[in-house]
Design a protein around this ligand. Structure first.
Ligand SMILES: Cc1cc2nc3c(=O)[nH]c(=O)nc-3n(C[C@H](O)[C@H](O)[C@H](O)COP(=O)(O)OP(=O)(O)OC[C@H]3O[C@@H](n4cnc5c(N)ncnc54)[C@H](O)[C@@H]3O)c2cc1C
Length: 446
C-alpha cells in the first residue's frame, strides 16, 4: 500500500475512534496506526483464510460451498499465502510415497461443489485425471497429490468470490466491541473480517534433542529432515567416495522413509554409506480392522510399512540385506549414554522426531472498554476447530471461545477416538476434508 493511501485511510478512520484510540495512537506512535482504524472505515471481507496448503484449500472450498462469502457486501473471501503453491506437499514432499491411497485424493477433489466446478472447467488430461488413471487402492508419489493441489489452487484463486493476497498474515486484533478482526499483512496492508481460519501448517522439529545437545559433538553435520525425504537432493549431500555414517533418530513414518532413502543410496551410488538407527520404540503399524483403521494416524502405512515389515522388524532384520547397512541402536531408558557411545562414529545426523506448528500471527484484543490492545493468548479446541482464551483454567465449561477464530489442517487437526478408545489427531487430505465439512456450517453461522 502506498504511503499516500495509508495516510488517507488514517484521516478517514481516525475521527471515529474516540478518545481511547487517540490516546493509544499518541502513546505507541506511527506503527500502531493500522490497528486503530475503525472497523467501519476499512475494507471488509467475509472471512480471511490464512495458508494455501491442503488445509487452506479445504477450508476455502467448504466456505464457498456454504456461501460464507455472502456475509458482507463485498461478497469476498480473502485467501493469504506467500506462495499459493500447494503448501508443503508440493514444496517439500513431492518425492515422498503417500501413506494414503490414491482413491482418497480423488475423493477429496470431488467432495465439494467449488472443487467439482474447477475439475469440470480444467482441460483434460489434468492432475485429477492423472490420479484417476493410477490404481486407486494403492499409494502414489505425493507429486500427484501436489499437482492436484496446484490445480485446485489455480481454480480457487480465479474464483470471483476469492481475493488472494500473496504474503503473510502478521497479526490479528479482535475488537470485542464489534467482534470484528483487523488482520494485518507483512506488506503493511490489512483487512477487517468477522472470521479468520488458520491453516498455517507445521514443519519438522529441528531443535537438537537435549540428550544429543549435551554431547555436543561438533563434527556431527545435521541433515534437514525435508532434505532427507527428497532422494534427488539427498544423493548430492554425501560424498560417494568418503566413508559416511548417518545417525537417524526416530521410528516415525518420516524416519522409515529416510532409512529407505539412505539404504537405496548405499545400494546404488554411495557404497561407503552406513546408517545408525536410534530408536526407543518398536515399530507400530496401522491395522485394517472391520470398517476402521487401528493407529490410522500414528502407525506406519503404505510403502514405508511394507518395507519396514520386510526389513526392520525384529524377526526380519537379521536376515535382511538392510542389516549390512543399518545398525539398530536401542535408546530406551539409556538415551544419553547410548548417544555418547554411538554418535562419535557418525558423520551426519537426521532427526525425524515429529512436526510442530509453524509460528502463528500475533493475536491481540481490544476489550469492551476500548482501551489499548492487549495480547490474546489462544488455545485450540480440536473437536470443533475453534479457539478459546487461554486464561489458565483447564476446565472445559470455563472455556471462553474467541469469536470468529478457527483452525484446520496439520497444525489444527481434529482429535478423534477410535473404537478401542485410542485418541489420535487426524492428519491427511481426506481427514481435513471430513473435519472441515463437519465444522464449517457452525463456523459460518457463528
Ligand atoms: C512426510 C509427510 C508425508 C505425508 N503424507 C501424506 C499422505 O500421503 N496423504 C495425506 O493425505 N497427507 C499426508 N501428509 C499430511 C498432510 O496432508 C500434509 O502435511 C499437508 O501438507 C498439510 O497441509 P496444511 O495445509 O495443513 O499445511 P502446509 O502444507 O504446511 O501449508 C501451510 C501453508 O500456510 C502458509 N502460511 C503459514 N503461516 C502463514 C501466515 N502467517 N500467513 C500466510 N500464510 C501462512 C505456508 O506458507 C503454507 O503454504 C504428510 C505429511 C508429512 C509431513
Amino acid at each position: 500500500m502506498t504511503r499516500a493511501l495509508r495516510t488517507f485511510r488514517i484521516h478517514l478512520a481516525y475521527p471515529s475512534r474516540g478518545l481511547a484510540a487517540r490516546s493509544h495512537l499518541l502513546r505507541n506512535g506511527k506503527d500502531s496506526i493500522c490497528r486503530y482504524y475503525s472497523a467501519a472505515s476499512l475494507p471488509s471481507t467475509s472471512a480471511v483464510v490464512v495458508g494455501a496448503g491442503p488445509g487452506g484449500i479445504t477450508v476455502i472450498g467448504n466456505l464457498l460451498e456454504h456461501g460464507a462469502e455472502k456475509q458482507t457486501d463485498q461478497r469476498k473471501l480473502v485467501w493469504v499465502d506467500p506462495h499459493f503453491q500447494g503448501g508443503r506437499v508440493n514444496s517439500r514432499y513431492r518425492e515422498v510415497p503417500s501413506n494414503t491411497k490414491v482413491g482418497l485424493f480423488v475423493q477429496f477433489a470431488n467432495e465439494v461443489s467449488p472443487f467439482k466446478a474447477i475439475l469440470k472447467a480444467t482441460p483434460k488430461p489434468n492432475a485429477l485425471t492423472t490420479l484417476q488413471d493410477l490404481p486407486q487402492d494403492q499409494g502414489c508419489r505425493l507429486s500427484y497429490a501436489a499437482d492436484m493441489c496446484l490445480m485446485l489452487t489455480d481454480g480457487l484463486t480465479a474464483h470471483p468470490q476469492v481475493k488472494s493476497h500473496r504474503g503473510k498474515v502478521t497479526s490479528a486484533t479482535l475488537d470485542e466491541r464489534t467482534n470484528i478482526w483487523n488482520v494485518e499483512f507483512d506488506d503493511g496492508g490489512h483487512v477487517t473480517t468477522s472470521k479468520i481460519a488458520l491453516c498455517t501448517g507445521s514443519s519438522p522439529v529441528s531443535k537438537t534433542l537435549p540428550a544429543i545437545e549435551r554431547i555436543h559433538q561438533q563434527s556431527l553435520e545435521p541433515v534437514d529432515l525435508d532434505l532427507a525425504l527428497t532422494p534427488s537432493i539427498l544423493t548430492k549431500t554425501f560424498d560417494p567416495a568418503t566413508k559416511t555414517t548417518v545417525a537417524v533418530i526416530g521410528a516415525s513414518h518420516s524416519a522409515i522413509l529416510v532409512l529407505m532413502n539412505l539404504v537405496h543410496l548405499a545400494n546404488s551410488t554411495h557404497p561407503h554409506l552406513r546408517v545408525k538407527w536410534f530408536t526407543r520404540n518398536e515399530l507400530r503399524y496401522a491395522e485394517y480392522m472391520d470398517g476402521w483403521i487401528l493407529r490410522d494416524n500414528t502407525g506406519l502405512k503404505g510403502q514405508a510399512a511394507e518395507w519396514a515389515r520386510q526389513n526392520l522388524d525384529r524377526e526380519a532384520f537379521s536376515n535382511s540385506p538392510v542389516s549390512k547397512i543399518i545398525t539398530k541402536v536401542w535408546t530406551a531408558g539409556k538415551e544419553e549414554e547410548t548417544y555418547e557411545a554411538e554418535l562419535p562414529e557418525c558423520t551426519h545426523i537426521v532427526q525425524a522426531v515429529g512436526y510442530a506448528q509453524n509460528p502463528l500471527p500475533r493475536f491481540e484484543v481490544i476489550e469492551k472498554d476500548g482501551t489499548a490492545p492487549k495480547p490474546l493468548h489462544v488455545e485450540y479446541d480440536n473437536l470443533n476447530g475453534r479457539f478459546y482464551k487461554n486464561i489458565g483454567s483447564k476446565l472445559e465449561h470455563e472455556r471462553i471461545y474467541i469469536p470468529g477464530l478457527f483452525g484446520a489442517g496439520i497444525a489444527f487437526p481434529e482429535r478423534v477416538t477410535d473404537p478401542h478408545g485410542n485418541v489420535e489427531h487426524a492428519v491427511g487430505f481426506w481427514k481435513f476434508m471430513k473435519f472441515v465439512k463437519r465444522v464449517v456450517p457452525d463456523w459460518v453461522k457463528s
